[in-house]
Design a protein around this ligand. Structure first.
Ligand SMILES: [Zn+2]
Length: 322
């Protein structure tokens, strides 16, 4: 049996997993990342967690051809340096060089959104489709495109940033510094902002009751929950949110022409309440939709495991490249 090792480094946890040759997760282990610790300490903990996870599965590092790592950052494809990871406080950090001091094996590194896209494409909701575009709705809006099993990283090798396509000229400010990005309208952060604005404008909305009139308790579910009970203001928030998401997805679908769009992140728990109107809005103005049917839009299947499974499966990409 062949095994793959994947590490998903997040701001909260270092999650490690072992994946078998059928792309099933056979063992996981996680340790706290620790906020803003020295880069070298976090990397040493990652290597230790990798050894521990292998041992828990009755394996040793010699049973793995490589180690795959997903990081919340862009990675320079040639130097293996982290470009910038704001939730870790890392800037231009020599990740691959440092990790190799602890585990002298081939290391494959990618952005965490790309890892999730790879996992859903090969082992999750997209596995029956030749080409898959994935979008993850979270604090930010990430995504990736997998073309016949191959992660598309663009000419630069830095990967794509679907959250930072512009959907509103001169629109709301985005964390990247530009106005009007898709992320500024279709991330969960944006949904919360719109929910709070709608609550301020309507003293009688159910959204106020749901969060006990405390805006610090507003989350991605508040507007959906109130809309489900017939609240007009909440319905407006949900309708606009799905409209913005559809606008961005329509452009991305027109460029990448995937067979399927996989929607992940916490918000996909809304299921068909989110996906059914999203499909309708995407299809309405999609270019040449009468000739080429819109791609299937489906809910992600791997949940939080997508990051480690995708990191582990980066080795399949390296084989394809050689
Ligand atoms: Zn942006």
């Amino acid at each position: 049996m062949k095994y793959y090792m994947g590490i998903d480094l997040g701001g909260t946890n270092i999650a490690v997993g072992v994946v078998d040759e059928d792309f099933r997760l056979v063992g996981t282990h996680s340790v706290p990342t620790g906020r803003f610790r020295p880069f070298e300490e976090v990397v040493a903990d990652m290597a230790r967690a990798a050894r521990d996870t292998a041992a828990r599965c009755g394996l040793g590092l010699e049973d793995f051809g490589s180690v795959g790592v997903g990081l919340p950052s862009s990675i320079h494809p040639k130097t293996g340096r982290v470009v910038f990871a704001n939730n870790l406080g890392w800037r231009d950090a020599p990740f691959v060089e440092e990790f190799s001091k602890h585990i002298p094996k081939p290391i494959h590194v990618a952005n965490d959104a790309d890892c999730a896209a790879l996992a859903e494409s090969l082992a999750g909701a997209g596995r029956d489709y030749p080409t898959v575009f994935m979008v993850t709705l979270g604090t930010g809006l990430g995504g990736g495109y997998v073309h016949h099993g191959k992660l598309f990283l663009g000419g630069s090798g830095l990967g794509i940033e679907p959250g930072h396509i512009t959907i509103v000229h001169g629109g709301a400010p985005c964390t990247c510094g530009s106005p009007g990005c898709l992320e500024a309208y279709a991330s969960v952060t944006a949904l919360i902002r719109e929910t709070i604005e709608a609550m301020a404008a309507d003293p009688r909305t159910l959204m106020r009751d749901i969060c006990g009139n405390d805006i610090s308790k507003v989350d991605g579910r508040t507007a959906f929950d109130a809309a489900a009970q017939g609240d007009g203001a909440a319905r407006g928030v949900v309708e606009r949110y799905i409209g913005y998401l559809a606008t961005g997805l329509r452009s991305l679908i027109t460029i990448f022409r995937p067979h399927a769009v996989v929607v992940g992140g916490g918000l996909c728990a809304q299921g068909e309440t989110l996906l059914a109107p999203l499909r309708a809005k995407v299809a309405k103005y999609l270019y040449a939709a009468d000739i080429f049917p819109p791609p299937d839009i489906v809910r992600a299947g791997l949940g939080n495991d997508a990051g480690i499974i995708g990191a582990a499966l980066l080795e399949t990409q390296a084989v394809r490249d050689s």
